[in-house]
Design a protein around this ligand. Structure first.
Ligand code: NI
Length: 212
């Protein structure tokens, strides 16, 4: 947040497609600036330490995180879908298929009004506004928007990742299974034969479905 407070912001439309540029009205840190590089290291370091993130996303390639600000005259991003394939800047055409979209909230919810990330999915619209430091992962296939910020300012990091397991359905099964296995290890112990067997099943499913 200290780095963000000193940074110079640019137009958010620089990373938008033709269609989403029409509804995108926010500010972003320039992708190649020193503040962005420093912040990317902090976020990527956090992801590497986070076992639940790994279990949920099964990341293969992570797009270098971007940083945005909603507030004042630049306060919203209407309904859009994210591009399916992103080229990583500064590489010779390295690409990321955007299986999973990530939004890491960097402002506390009481610092601004509005600014919910609204994701349309099969269960209806999910409105998401998390504590600073918390992140939501959602399917890259969804239509989503950021509601207008009517007071204060909303800082966030956002990025996409390509998962080793492309299918949302398979990834969800693996995440559920891994989460329950964690609980089982606690209650039954690591040496329990059923725990060892189910851990094997988890890894065998991952081996069947993962593309590394
Ligand atoms: Ni988006």
């Amino acid at each position: 947040r200290a780095i963000l407070a000193r940074a110079t912001w640019g137009d958010g439309r620089t990373t938008a497609g033709v269609q989403s540029a029409q509804t995108k009205n926010n500010e972003q840190l320039p992708q190649d600036g020193a503040p962005t590089k420093a912040l990317q290291n902090i976020v990527l370091g956090g992801l590497n330490r986070h076992a639940v993130f790994f279990s949920a996303a099964l990341p293969k390639r992570v797009f270098p995180p971007l940083f945005n600000r909603y507030g004042g005259a630049h306060n919203s991003f209407g309904n859009h879908v994210d591009n399916a394939v992103r080229f990583i800047p500064g590489t010779l055409g390295e690409r990321v298929r955007t299986d999973v979209s990530c939004t890491l909230f960097l402002s506390e919810p009481d610092e601004y009004d509005g600014g919910e990330l609204t994701v349309e999915d099969t269960f209806g619209a999910q409105r998401i506004k998390l504590a600073a430091g918390d992140m939501v992962l959602y399917p890259g296939t969804s239509v989503h928007r950021v509601e207008p910020v009517t007071r204060g300012c909303r800082l966030a990091s956002f990025f996409w990742l390509e998962s080793m397991v492309r299918s949302d359905e398979q990834r969800r099964l693996l995440f559920d299974m891994d989460s329950h296995l964690m609980q089982l290890r606690e209650s039954a112990g690591e040496a329990d034969p059923a725990v060892i067997g189910l851990t094997g099943t988890y890894h065998n499913l991952l081996r069947m479905w993962a593309d590394v």
